[in-house]
Design a protein around this ligand. Sequence first.
Ligand SMILES: NC(=O)c1ccc[n+]([C@@H]2O[C@H](COP(=O)([O-])OP(=O)(O)OC[C@H]3O[C@@H](n4cnc5c(N)ncnc54)[C@H](OP(=O)(O)O)[C@@H]3O)[C@@H](O)[C@H]2O)c1
Length: 300
Amino acid sequence: MKVWLVGADGQLGQSLIAYFKQNSSLLSARFELQPTNKSDVDICNSDSVSRYMAMFKPDIIVNAAAYTNVEQAEIDIELCREVNLVGTSNLTNTASHHNIPLIHLSTDYVFDGESISPYLETDDTQPVNTYGETKLQSEKLINEVLKQHLIIRTSWLVSQYGNNFAKTVLRLSKQHSQLTMISDQQGCPTFADDLSATIFKLLMAIDAGQADWGTFHYCGSAAMTWFELTQQIWDEALQQKKISSKPEVVAISSEAFAVQANTKALRPKYSVLDCQKIKEVWGITAPDWTCSLKRLVEKL
Ligand SMILES: NC(=O)c1ccc[n+]([C@@H]2O[C@H](COP(=O)([O-])OP(=O)(O)OC[C@H]3O[C@@H](n4cnc5c(N)ncnc54)[C@H](OP(=O)(O)O)[C@@H]3O)[C@@H](O)[C@H]2O)c1
């Protein structure tokens, strides 16, 4: 099965490529991975997308490309819409035209965060920022055009790749004696390597004939605040002797942080995803978070 991985240079894209290489004895017999980055194929350019399809004829598309800078999206509204809507539309149309499936990544930020229990796939969506709004619209257009799709909503991606919260707090711990962290937003951190394992499990099942298309939630197994995640990363880093001491961490509300850092994007206060459906339909569960945290910090 030829798998076109779009967004190869991103955090998830890099993790997927590394996962494929690390498990090549199992995976290379079944899959040919065809990664492309923005300079290979700009997904906003429909001719470029069509040309790639005609030339390489993939059997499935995994779309890890997106505009993901939540704060900057409030300024670069048009670019965010272009990548997340026009880009997704081009991939969806070409998948439909060639009758192949699309695995697309989406986000917990399609929800408004007013729930008090984990969000189900069927719960009402109501994004509170531009990024979330464009990701929700991307889901809707896939749903309208392409039956053979998996939309995987995930949350708080962390890894050794790209720019992400885990790398940032570990770096900051070496530079500061005190830091403030938001303590009133709750979500589930997801180790990108766990998400990569999940995507390859889905690909193997699809290759074997499973076709339970639709929207699924997948995230790390523990809910926490950014404040708590910071402490967990530092505690694990201390344990692994990656740092010799940790700064004092001071809790701050979202509102106070927005004033202090002059941020524009609102974020849901609670975006814990219920992952029961992917377990029931595809037999996939996230590993225990403490194991993921340990493996994450080892790689940071
Ligand atoms: N990061 C999170 O916390 C998080 C949480 C929930 C869901 N997700 C979703 O998970 C997926 C992967 O996220 P990620 O963290 O891996 O994102 P990422 O690190 O920002 O990677 C996205 C990649 O897409 C590329 N891209 C942007 N515009 C493109 C275009 N026009 N054509 C081709 N490629 C383009 C980017 O290239 P440039 O950098 O060169 O622009 C980048 O390499 C996304 O769908 C995201 O919405 C992420």
